[in-house]
Design a protein around this ligand. Structure first.
Ligand SMILES: NC(=O)c1ccc[n+]([C@@H]2O[C@H](COP(=O)([O-])OP(=O)(O)OC[C@H]3O[C@@H](n4cnc5c(N)ncnc54)[C@H](OP(=O)(O)O)[C@@H]3O)[C@@H](O)[C@H]2O)c1
Length: 330
């Protein structure tokens, strides 16, 4: 099969379109003929091998253990392992995989797939899993957004943020999005009541306070984020800063925040500072499917690139300020 493969860590130039073997499938696995995949900052991390912490986490010290890139997928089931009960050949699915989805076929665990939402194209469905599941866990499980609350989404035009805006609106909140001026129209179209252009104004521009801040951009000090939170508000930290930070990818803040929250809890009168650690689970996909099919959530697609241009898709995400998700069509 054709796949986008790398033999060494590095910039997008290390990726090559090549013929490789189909991924083998185990008893709990599903072989999917991939129709579309998507790009997220995690793809860049596995491509570059940075931050170095990820190499220690088992992804490969000198080169990536899995050479094919891509994690999100949408496609058609072609074969299933002996213990797969939820899917059969011919079924349209979406979810995440570990074998690499910038390929004609990918192997995914049945616990990380769900039937593709009715009415979505493969490109739209592929845009959902990584970012949609992260936004769902931030808005629902960590921040517990409730009707009438004021929510600030920092990075509202990005992969996670574009879902977080829609999910917070669906929960009945009033939403302010932070993004570049170029993407303000998209963020309003997703339902945001107000937009802050980060190049012109800071998030504390008018003294407004928010019950919930969902931070995907990760480049503001905790002191500023706490200042815009209500006394009992919740900060959900999704992005720890630029993933390109060499050693920790900005994760330091993510680990510091809960400690600070504990130590200063009384001083800040109950503000909760919480990291979001997204888990890939079929139940999250199924919840997203319900929201998509009800019309509450629609994936925002910036652009789709053919498989052989996957390196350009990754460059677009990291350098191009896309409006929503960047997708790869297989
Ligand atoms: N915790 C988890 O489990 C988890 C899961 C998934 C992703 N993540 C992390 O979450 C982060 C965001 O991921 P993503 O897929 O949403 O990335 P993305 O698609 O690249 O989105 C980045 C967003 O940040 C905005 N932005 C850039 N500079 C900004 C600034 N100075 N102030 C405010 N906003 C700014 C961008 O706006 P413009 O494009 O309009 O400039 C865009 O909306 C990454 O660090 C990723 O690694 C964490």
């Amino acid at each position: 099969m054709k796949a986008i493969v790398q033999d060494t860590y590095g910039p997008a130039d290390v990726l090559e379109l090549r013929d490789v073997d189909h991924p083998p499938i185990g008893d709990e696995d599903v072989l999917v003929e991939v129709r579309a995949a998507a790009v997220d900052p995690g793809v860049w991390v596995l491509m570059t091998g940075r931050p170095y912490l990820m190499r220690l986490a088992g992804f490969g010290m000198r080169r990536p253990k899995v050479g094919v890139r891509g994690r999100d997928l949408a496609g058609v089931v072609t074969a299933v392992g002996a213990r797969v009960t939820r899917f059969g050949p011919g079924q349209e699915v979406y979810g995440t995989c570990e074998s690499g989805s910038y390929a004609e076929y990918a192997c995914a665990r049945q616990s990380r797939l769900a039937p593709k939402p009715a009415g979505l194209t493969f490109e739209q469905a592929a845009a959902v899993p990584v970012s949609g599941m992260t936004a769902l866990q931030a808005v629902r499980n960590v921040a517990h957004v409730r009707p009438g609350q004021r929510v600030l989404v920092i990075g509202a035009s990005g992969g996670v943020g574009s879902f977080a805006v829609q999910l917070a609106k669906a929960a009945g909140a009033s939403v302010t999005g932070v993004c570049s001026a170029a993407n303000a129209g998209l963020v309003r179209s997703l339902g945001a009541d107000d937009v802050i252009d980060y190049a012109r104004e800071e998030i504390d521009r008018d003294g407004a306070r928010y019950d919930v801040v969902i931070d995907t951009a990760g480049n503001r000090p905790l002191s500023l984020l706490r200042r815009v939170l209500t006394p009992r508000g919740t900060l959900a930290i999704v992005g720890g800063g630029h993933v390109a930070y060499r050693f920790t990818g900005g994760m330091g803040r993510t680990f510091r925040a809960p400690l600070l929250s504990m130590v200063t809890g009384s001083m800040f009168r109950g503000q909760r500072l919480r990291p979001v650690m997204s888990r890939d689970r079929a139940e999250h996909l199924e919840e997203l499917t319900r929201l998509i099919e009800s019309g509450a959530v629609t994936p925002a697609i910036d652009r789709a690139y053919p498989l052989n241009q996957a390196p350009d898709a990754i460059r677009r995400l990291m350098d191009g300020h896309p409006a929503g998700k960047v997708v790869v069509t297989v």
